[in-house]
Design a protein around this ligand. Structure first.
Ligand code: HEM
Length: 407
């Protein structure tokens, strides 16, 4: 209120007083610091049954980074190094997500900021099990993803032994965490690839709704919800599941999917809507008529007055729907990315697609197989990197993530 009043006072003074008014706004903030906004003050606990960053609402900024373990004198030695690294990482993540500085030297990048909903999520790739002599304990669900016809994968930006997903509602807080975790890796592991992502900033819209992606679509509507009866069974490995050290964990499929935005933006709004099966303006399904809302259930059998299917045969929501895939479902929790222009002048931008499920063979794999064969959206996409991670359950206070496997 104080800021608004100051801004109004500056505005009332007209253009001539604008500069002085601006100075007044600055001064008043400096003299009497405003309370941390909700965005900065929000804290997501690091410890828990599940790791944070899976059901946490999308954050405005993020980083995905994969690391390869440095081979030690023996697999047992590499395993000890990996365990020590996960202990350091868990300690740093617990501190930073609480808004505290990292232990030892802190870069200061996040100084003055609150925790800003920071989450840090750790995952294990196939290679970790070979390097640490733990191949016998590798989950069957971590079998390599099958090849898909639309793949144009870059091995240097795919896979890895370890994965870190960072999300925060402030870009400096997110980068601070990335630097601290890379420092913790020390000689034990080296960055294999890293990529920066973003989403809408909380508070940017008057009417918060499901986020939009860089194609302008409302994206995430028909995600499983934590309130759904079968949510936990679909997304998390149950206690007593196989292997036991994955209890409370989940499997994350990562795909770096470039959007062919020049081609997409040439389509008329009506064609764009047909490709997805939902309205651009509000995400309502095309089967719902003019009064439909985003929450209106999709009717895959619905027809238009002329008898044609309201949701086209190759519409993305039809091909991806659990009804079309034997019930296969996953929790999609992506970031957008933008890495400037490619050599051919096209935007190097798209979706860092991250999908969570209890078993990729009953989530991502059947759906992507189906999309690969007949999805109207695939003409506008290029899958450029891929990875599959076993993401262990969360750590209790005093534990580190992955302890049940690595100790
Ligand atoms: C639904 C966009 C890739 C699986 C949707 C929707 C949009 C969308 C706009 C409708 C709203 C919603 O329910 O979220 C995109 C874009 C992609 C992409 C832009 C690539 C850049 C994928 C991939 C998969 C997938 C790779 C899985 C292999 C799904 C599923 C739904 C969905 C399961 C919900 C279908 C339903 O039950 O109605 N997607 N998608 N999508 N997408 Fe995608």
């Amino acid at each position: 209120r104080r800021l608004l009043a100051a801004a109004a006072a500056a505005g009332a003074g007209g253009l001539a007083a604008g500069a002085a008014g601006g100075a007044f706004v600055q001064e008043s903030v400096r003299d009497e610091p405003a309370a941390l906004a909700t965005v900065g003050a929000t804290r997501v606990p690091f410890h828990g049954v599940h790791q944070a960053g899976i059901t946490t609402p999308l954050q405005a900024a993020g980083h995905l980074a994969a690391f390869d373990l440095t081979p030690g004198a023996s697999p047992a030695a590499t395993r000890r190094e990996a365990a020590a690294l996960l202990r350091r990482w868990s300690d740093t993540a617990a501190r930073l997500t609480a808004g505290e500085p990292a232990a030892g030297h802190d870069t200061g990048i996040a100084r003055d900021a609150g925790p800003s909903s920071l989450t840090v999520t750790f995952g294990f790739g196939r290679g970790l099990f070979d390097r640490t002599g733990l191949a016998a304990r590798r989950p069957a669900a971590l079998a390599p993803l099958p090849p898909f016809s639309a793949d144009a994968l870059d091995a240097r930006r795919s896979d890895g032994d370890l994965w870190v997903q960072i999300g925060a509602d402030d870009a400096l807080v997110a980068y601070h965490a990335l630097r601290a975790l890379i420092r913790d890796a020390g000689q034990a592991a080296a960055v294999r690839w890293q990529v920066r992502g973003f989403n809408r900033t909380p508070g940017a819209t008057a009417r918060p709704r499901t986020a939009r992606n860089l194609m302008g679509q409302v994206d995430g509507t028909n995600n499983p919800r934590p309130t759904d009866e079968d949510f936990a069974a679909r997304i998390f490995v149950p206690a007593g599941g196989d292997p036991d050290w994955m209890a409370g964990g989940s499997y994350a499929v990562y795909r770096r999917i470039r959007m062919l935005l020049d081609r997409w933006e040439h389509l008329s709004p009506a064609r764009q809507e047909r490709v997805i099966g939902r309205r651009r303006s509000d995400g309502a399904p095309l089967s719902g008529g003019p009064d439909a809302q985003e929450s209106t259930p999709v009717d895959l059998d619905g027809r238009l007055a002329d008898g044609t299917l309201a949701i086209a045969g190759d519409a993305h929501v039809r091909v991806a729907a659990p009804e079309s895939n034997g019930g296969a479902a996953m929790l999609r929790r992506p970031f957008s990315y933008d890495e400037g222009l490619r050599d051919d002048g096209a935007p190097d931008a798209g979706l860092l697609f991250v999908a969570w499920q209890a078993d990729p063979a009953r989530g991502f794999v059947p759906v992507q197989r189906k999309l690969d064969r007949g999805d109207g959206l695939s003409r506008f996409l290029s899958h450029e990197a891929s990875a599959l991670w076993a993401v262990p359950g969360g750590a209790a206070a005093g534990e580190y993530v992955g302890q049940r496997l690595l100790e």
